[in-house]
Design a protein around this ligand. Structure first.
Ligand SMILES: NC(=O)C1=CN([C@@H]2O[C@H](COP(=O)(O)OP(=O)(O)OC[C@H]3O[C@@H](n4cnc5c(N)ncnc54)[C@H](OP(=O)(O)O)[C@@H]3O)[C@@H](O)[C@H]2O)C=CC1
Ligand SMILES: CC(=O)C(=O)O
Ligand SMILES: [Mg+2]
Length: 423
């Protein structure tokens, strides 16, 4: 990060008041009558109704539009285990994105619980507050059990965004990059650098989409995840390879695709040169990717390059998914986000990238030409159509797969935040 951006980011977070998000009122509070309705004695009426039937919480409180963005701060972006308090700007940032892109309210919750069971108990005990839970920046392998157990215990969607949000967006971008380079997914040789939350889930989703196990190599900080290793956790072992490759260099030689969800600067020019013609390189580590895009383009004129950042073309970032996935899930009151909903989101996002880009989106990105191609494999986060297409696809898949508790919304597809119906 340049010093200029560093200083600007600190000033942005500090002024005119600290932080990026606040709570606002949705009802009048002008006179004594309003206060008698909002609090005592009036508030007792909805309390009694909810005590009679918990579903009434959706009718009389903000629960149905409220997501908990919850972390233990053990894997903050690619910055590592810096603890819950340091994670707060990121969690507030998620709140900003939920609100800005999908009209969803957020409480960010930074939990000081290093112990997995203590974290689970904490989240389970506050779950009634929310319509959904977005787990964030929780390191692997603990994140997998945490999400599984909380999903079982809670009757609302529990979605670890670093796993599934990342997987969904990376998969959508990869489908398009493969199409642009005339590759069949079943033939693509894919290397995933990073075997944590994002890496494992991305490989699971890519496998569901047709990448073949024999064409997949997973790499962690110790090298290729291979069958002879004795240090693998159960999640890495799912992708253990029997072949001779041992190092990142072995893995990348001749590979079609490199998906980096690890850390900065790991993909050197030399490694990039060893990849197949028209290599597809996703350097998704934040804030600094596995290879700087300018260096990648200088090294290989034929590379299709994506990062997680806003300041380069092809931003493969879970912001393209989580606001709209939760919008769709909340609007049909889905009990969880299942595989059908994730795949629906993948295809909706991939398809949108091929549509002509509206002038307002081009204007938001400095008027540059944006058309489906190597520098435009995925929609831009400021594309207002994401709200409509992704939430509709997710809601439809939830209804069709039987996890929705409400029918497909009659006011869908949404065309803007003004279309949202809160109920
Ligand atoms: N663009 C986006 O939307 C998103 C990007 N990310 C980014 O992905 C990265 C990983 O996040 P997450 O999965 O949550 O973190 P985790 O802590 O769960 O996993 C990190 C993984 O990176 C591996 N790793 C670290 N250093 C190296 C190295 N030198 N070579 C190979 N592998 C290495 C670790 O290996 P080991 O297992 O051996 O420790 C581990 O498997 C972060 O930078 C994050 O910002 C995450 C989510 C979304
Ligand atoms: C984008 C995101 O969630 C991450 O880098 O952790
Ligand atoms: Mg994250």
């Amino acid at each position: 990060m340049t010093m200029d951006l560093h200083e600007a980011a600190l000033a942005y977070h500090q002024h005119p008041r600290p932080g990026k998000i606040s709570v606002e009122l949705t009802k009048p509070t002008e006179d004594a009558r309003d206060l008698a309705l909002a609090y005592s004695p009036g508030v007792a009426a909805p309390v009694r109704e909810i005590a009679k039937d918990p579903e009434n919480a959706y009718r009389y409180t903000g629960k149905g539009n409220l997501v908990g963005v919850i972390t233990d701060g053990t894997a903050i972006l690619g910055l590592g285990d810096l603890g819950p308090l340091a994670s707060k700007p990121v969690m507030e940032g998620k709140g900003v994105l939920f609100r800005r892109f999908a009209g969803i309210d957020v409480f960010d919750i930074e939990v000081d619980a290093r112990d997995q069971d203590a974290f689970i108990e904490t989240v389970a005990s506050i779950a009634p507050t929310f319509g959904g839970i977005n787990l964030e920046d929780i390191a692997a392998p603990a994140c997998f059990e945490i999400e599984r157990i909380l999903s079982e215990r809670c009757d609302i969607p529990v979605f670890h965004d670093d796993q599934h949000g990342t997987a969904i967006i990376a998969a959508a971008a990869l489908l398009n990059a493969l199409e642009l380079t005339d590759r069949a997914i079943a033939d693509a040789r894919v290397v995933c650098v990073g075997a944590g939350a994002a890496g494992i889930s991305t490989l699971r989703l890519l496998t569901a989409l047709g990448v073949r196990a024999q064409n997949l190599l997973l790499v962690d900080s110790r090298g290729v995840v291979h069958a002879d290793r004795t240090d693998l956790n159960a999640y890495k072992a799912e992708f253990a390879h029997a072949g001779p490759e041992r190092t990142l260099a072995d893995a990348l030689a001749g590979a079609d695709v490199s998906i980096g969800v690890s850390g900065p600067g790991i993909l050197t020019p030399e490694l990039l040169r060893s990849m197949a013609p028209a290599p597809i390189v996703f350097g998704l580590a934040n804030p600094d990717p596995e290879i700087d895009p300018s260096l990648a383009h200088a090294t290989r004129a034929d590379v299709i390059m994506a990062t997680g950042r806003s300041d380069h073309p092809n931003q493969v970032n879970n912001v393209l998914g989580f606001p709209f996935i939760f919008r769709g899930a909340l609007d049909v009151r889905a009990a969880r986000v299942n595989e059908e909903m994730k795949l629906a989101a993948v295809h909706a996002i991939a398809a949108l990238a091929k549509e002509p880009v509206p002038a307002e989106v081009r204007a938001a990105y400095g008027g540059v030409e944006l058309a489906f191609g190597p520098d435009c494999i995925i929609p831009k986060p400021l594309d207002p159509r994401l709200l409509g297409v992704v939430s509709a696809a997710v809601a439809r898949a939830a209804v069709d797969s039987g996890v929705a508790r409400r029918p497909y919304p009659s006011h869908y597809p949404l065309t803007s935040l003004e279309d949202i119906v809160y109920h």
